[in-house]
Design a protein around this ligand. Structure first.
Ligand SMILES: [Zn+2]
Ligand SMILES: [Zn+2]
Length: 376
């Protein structure tokens, strides 16, 4: 017999969660089905970052939510990101950030709204397909809709000013703007996203999909560097995050220079501020979506090396790339201590990916051209 906590009144309507659903998606559907605001029936949730909520809101909150929806707690535990993605802890930049640093300029008030895809919203409305968000929508590396490859956003495409709201229409959730009368339309038939990406958005989409696969402990595609295990792939991505995001690794540039800036030729983000000026020392979860895209495309380009030129349909003018791009410009400028740290990490990479780095490192060592480290 189930015993309910009388202090927590069960809600009249409780849609069942899908097995691969994001916790926040189910919560928003729960609120919409009962025609209440999420903040109204659950104020603690509003004060929580979206990421913490999806990763681990704590036993007390899970117990209350389960009682309100008349569900076993295990049904909600299953939805938490670490339980849907067994390899989540391998990407250091996806760990739950400290509560003190998660309020970012992007999240001034309502920090828990869902990332909407207007194509998914249109399909849900016109085919009555049950609209819900899969777990990967909760990862900060997910910048594009997993089904349509289109950028997701939280603001109304009609007025561009009001966050979109999940409402309930008799039997299913619908997406609305409470400010203007925008409503989603059925998306036109589009070509599926190509498996041979061309352009930075498709490259980003491919990386995003393979990160999701690897976090689920499935082998990513061999597109990046031949056959590779999920753990190896995540290690490479995590090491490249360190390399491309950490300021001050270059002995030749200013202390706030990050190697991502050397990939200005891949960036579609037109902002005169440097990456460091935008992100400072904030965790990845607090970056704006364009800065996250910029870094992920730089990671993808570094993995592909000069294969990226064909994929993106362009290449950098300066410095003239060699067969070992981008290691040909990164390594000569590294501080000695940073280069040693890189070599330590790279030793665990698959041989094919290690090769251009060891070639460049060997040439530099022979010619004595490693940048001198003024701090050591
Ligand atoms: Zn979509
Ligand atoms: Zn609107």
């Amino acid at each position: 017999m189930l015993v309910y906590d009388l202090a927590v009144p069960p809600l009249p309507f409780a849609p069942r969660p899908f097995s691969d659903e994001l916790l926040l998606s189910w919560l928003c559907r729960l609120a919409a089905a009962n025609h209440v605001r999420l903040s109204g029936f659950f104020p603690e949730v509003q004060a929580m970052s979206r990421y913490r909520l999806n990763c681990d809101p704590g036993e007390e909150i899970i117990a209350r939510l389960a009682a309100m929806a008349r569900l076993p707690q295990s049904a909600l535990h299953r939805l938490l990101l670490p339980n849907q993605f067994p390899n989540l802890s391998l990407l250091s930049f996806l760990r739950v950030p400290e509560p003190s640093v998660v309020s970012s300029p992007e999240d001034p008030s309502d920090s828990i709204s869902l990332p909407f895809c207007s194509d998914c919203a249109g399909e849900g409305e016109h085919t009555h397909r049950s609209l819900y968000w899969q777990a990967e929508a909760g990862l900060f590396t997910t910048l594009l809709c997993q089904r349509h490859g289109t950028p997701v956003g939280r603001y109304c495409p009609g007025c561009n000013r009001s966050p979109l709201t999940l409402a309930w229409s008799q039997t299913h959730p619908i997406v609305r703007c409470l400010r203007c009368d925008w409503r989603p339309v059925t998306p036109p038939k589009r070509e599926p996203v190509s498996s041979n990406p061309l352009g930075s958005r498709q490259l980003l989409f491919r990386l995003q999909c393979d990160i999701v696969a690897a976090l689920r402990d499935q082998a990513p595609s061999s597109f990046w560097c031949g056959p590779i295990t999920a753990v190896q792939f995540l290690r490479v991505v995590d090491d490249l995050y360190w390399l491309l995001r950490t300021p001050g690794l270059s002995a030749l540039c200013a202390k706030k220079f990050t190697f991502t800036e050397g990939f200005s030729w891949t960036s579609s983000y037109r902002d005169s501020r440097t990456l460091f000026n935008r992100i400072q020392y904030l965790p990845f979860s607090a970056w704006d979506i364009f800065s996250r895209a910029e870094l992920l495309v730089a990671i993808a380009t570094t993995v592909l090396g000069n294969r990226a030129f064909g994929t993106l349909g362009r290449q950098p003018y300066y410095p003239e790339p060699t067969a070992c791009y981008p290691w040909d410009w990164i390594m000569p400028s590294m501080r000695k201590a940073s280069a040693q740290e890189l070599m330590r990490r790279v030793a665990k990479w698959p041989p094919a990916m290690r090769l251009p780095i060891t070639i460049t490192g060997g040439e530099l060592a022979r010619s004595g051209l490693f940048a001198t480290d003024s701090t050591s």
